[in-house]
Design a protein around this ligand. Structure first.
Ligand code: PLP
Length: 392
């Protein structure tokens, strides 16, 4: 039998990291000492009380069945409590909060519930690939919003054509940003909400890095903007906030109609999370948050190692005040970031992500993530520096 993919996925390539993992395991088998500075999967564990809750909950006989679709009322309440304590934002736990199986799932499904073939979507470029792939699967037309260094990697709403804005259904934002490491101010969010209201576009803010801040910086939520709940949905995640990436627990919060649509759609697609994960998530959200400060100091140290390392080799980087990534301009000698990253990997065993993975405007850049043990990060930066110095 000749299996043919459905047209909507026929042009699809595997996710970049799926391919990279295969390549790295081949190199590892050959004995290459690989240092991975590519993916954004936290290397540190969640705090012990969160794991204790998972174990305690898993030991109960009544925690193994299907849990409530969209997350238990208790989990949604915990999310609402977190938004209130952290951002002074009031969310109705019943109508404005939904649990996701990781935020990636919610980002993808948002496009499926809102977009018809031919609809327009405003997508940051460079940007997290799922905004684009989920829109394309829904048959929508992508309008890239360039994130440029000279604009602090923020989109310029005044550059969006009126015709495009009028036809757009979703505008994606993501701050603290992956891959550029840029942050947005609350003032910028005011501007974004004003634009979304004017053109009646749903503003989808993807914000999994809000709790990873440096030098005392704490990221705002777009839901702090008055009136934002009419035009915004914010995606949040326990993956990076609490070092729980493999647990798959995310959050959608904001516009109740969107939350309802996602809920209905998900009820056909999935059957919610394992209850002990939801219960441990409640502990993470309601429990002591001070451990995050120490964790952030570890990331901050790594950020400094990477930033200084790049600077000493003459590479131009943005010093991030939040998030898990350092974005830098690759040496001029290379036209394509993928070729630079391949050469780097072959010569040093250090794996980083080519900027072009995130869109055309990411070409010419590389992304280094901060989720590898600190001494290995230092070793990686040494290898990069000595390789670059030795090049003709
Ligand atoms: N959004 C952005 C910008 C990310 O960088 C990531 C993961 O790297 C995600 C969403 C997905 O996170 P989750 O683990 O919650 O699915």
């Amino acid at each position: 039998m000749n299996i043919q993919p459905a047209e909507r996925i026929s042009d699809f390539k595997p996710y970049f990291f799926a391919q990279l993992n295969n390549r790295l395991s081949v190199l590892q088998k050959k004995g290459v000492d690989i240092i991975r500075l590519d993916m954004g999967s936290p290397d540190l564990p969640p705090e012990e009380f969160i794991i204790d809750k998972l174990v305690e909950s898993a030991r109960r006989n009544d925690s193994h069945g299907y849990s409530q679709m969209g997350g238990t009322p208790e989990f949604r309440e915990a999310v609402s409590g977190y938004y209130f304590r952290r951002f002074n934002v009031g969310l109705d736990a019943r109508t404005q909060v939904l649990a996701l199986i990781g935020s990636k799932e919610g980002l993808f499904n948002l496009s499926q519930v809102l977009l018809n073939p031919g609809d327009s979507v405003l997508v940051p470029d460079p940007g997290y690939p799922v905004y684009r792939s989920s829109s394309l699967i829904a048959g929508a037309v992508i309008h890239p919003m360039p994130l440029l260094e000279e604009n602090y990697y923020l989109p310029r709403f005044e550059d969006i054509l009126v015709e495009t804005a009028k036809n757009a259904k979703i505008l994606w934002l993501n701050y603290p940003n992956n891959p550029t490491g840029a942050s947005a101010s609350l003032n910028f969010f005011h501007e974004a909400v004003k634009f979304a209201r004017e053109y009646e576009i749903l503003l989808a803010h993807d914000a999994p890095y809000m709790e990873i801040g440096y030098d005392g910086v704490r990221a705002p939520s777009i839901l702090q903007v008055p009136g934002s709940e009419e035009v915004c949905v914010e995606f949040n995640s326990l993956s990076k906030t609490y070092n729980m990436a493999g647990w798959r627990l995310g959050i959608a919060a904001g516009n109740p109609d969107v939350i309802q649509l996602l809920h209905t759609y998900k009820s056909q697609v999935d059957s919610s999370q394992f209850l002990p994960i939801l219960e441990a998530g409640i502990s993470a959200l309601n429990g002591d948050q001070t451990w995050l400060e120490e964790r952030n100091l570890i990331y901050q140290k790594r950020r400094d190692i990477v930033y200084e390392g790049l600077k000493t080799t003459g590479l131009d980087a943005l010093l991030p005040t939040a998030g898990l990534y350092v974005w830098f301009r690759i040496p001029e000698k290379w036209d394509k970031s993928i070729e630079f990253c391949d050469a780097l990997l072959d010569a040093t065993g250090v794996s980083i992500t080519p900027g072009s993975v995130y869109g055309n405007f990411g070409e010419g850049f590389g992304r280094i993530s901060l989720v590898t043990e600190t001494s290995r990060m230092a070793e990686a930066m040494k290898r990069i520096a000595s390789w670059l110095k030795g090049l003709p």
